[in-house]
Design a protein around this ligand. Sequence first.
Ligand code: CUA
Length: 491
Amino acid sequence: MITKLFKYFSLSSLLLLFISSCSPHHEQSTFANAGPVAQAQSELFYLMFWIAGVIFVIVQGALIFAVLNFRRKEHPIPGSDFKLPDIPPKQVHGNTKLEILWTIIPALILVVIMVPTVQTIYSTYEPPEDSDPLEIVAMGHQWWWEFRYPNEGIVTANELRVPTNRPVKVILESQDVIHSFWIPQVAGKKDTVPGNTNQMWFQVDEPGNYSGQCAEFCGVAHARMRFRVIAEDEADFNVWLNAMKTPPKATASDGYGLFLAHCSMCHSIDSYMDGSYEKEITVQDERWADWFDNQEESARVSAPNLTHLGIRTMLAAGQKDMTRENLIAWIKNPSDIKQGTRMQSVGSVYKDGAANLKEHEVEAIADYLLSQIPEGWGSVVTGTESLEEAEVMVWNTPEEQGEYLFTNQGCAGCHSLSQDEVIVGPSMYGLIDRSSSKVEGLSAEEYIYQSITYPNEYIVDGYAANVMPQIFINLGEEELDALVAYLITIK
Ligand code: CUA
């Protein structure tokens, strides 16, 4: 009895749970349509729902009628205790009229469903002909989303900014396994398949945040592969477009060098510069190939672009709000927040689990990242006020300043000063002797200067291109000269 009651109880709670998922008040409800594509998909759903509903009532009604009407009855014999057994109803076999009917009606129903379905498949594939769609590439990665704006030359991650009332054409790709792009209130789901390009479009009517989610099981952190669509009116969206092309307003802090030494192998942070879009695509492909070729020992893996991270609203593909506290916790031990993340298994700074960094170093990296806010953009994240103004330093010689910059700008994280030690890039030992003969017509100083500002121009044998960040071009002329002056002294 108890088990029976328990069964009914759990069944009805399950049913309640199921019905409550239909509430349009949830941020991932497909019933709260926020654009024309979602609307079209909903209409299709309602058409099928009501047809199925009518069929359900007819079939269940016939069943209940048959059960009640033809149930076994007993016929008492008047004046006696005996009862006559039930007489079976008249047995029939074959009914041509009925059989024709129940073949034609379902066929008609299927046609009624098929016509609008096929229409919707086409109408949600290509944006309306007379529109001016914004084209983006949504790239699935285990377990985060890369968003590219090929015509605007912007790469970002996990937060997709779009204008309202303008169709967004989405090119769907994947760099590893099958994922599925889904913004429940707006459009979806459509798979991103490695080696194959899919397409869809959507449009958002009202400004706001819309929750997105990977909808295809893609590995251990599938459920933690979320994203956010931030819809803004055209003017605000254009402000963002320009901001993404503007250098950050903050100057280098202590975290800058640490970031370069520990994070820049996998994360780009400088994609506001001209030509950085093509570079990021190439580097991302290389990172992915690196990891794919050597999953045991690869030092890098494709990772989210962190340009202007200070204006993002979430971290770890939607696991947490972007606050200083959360970011520090994330850098310290990413798996605590997102089990399965490759950040920890690949980054050498996590060799022993938690980040091999001191508390103040983690804080410095977090502050540096949060300081990445484009010039002219209001501070968004709380906690960045702690960022101090760059200290005023005085140097006696350019070499002295260069030595300071070498450590402070993170060069020392990848380049050793000793003859026999290689960290990531070539050692700086004896640079002057090697540099003068590298490129005909370039003096040692010119060659070193060139290699700092355009690292891919000349690659030393045995080292890969696109590893060194191209952000040192932003140093002032005086600082660059100081660096060169210092580097030629290392013997
Ligand atoms: Cu990506 Cu599930």
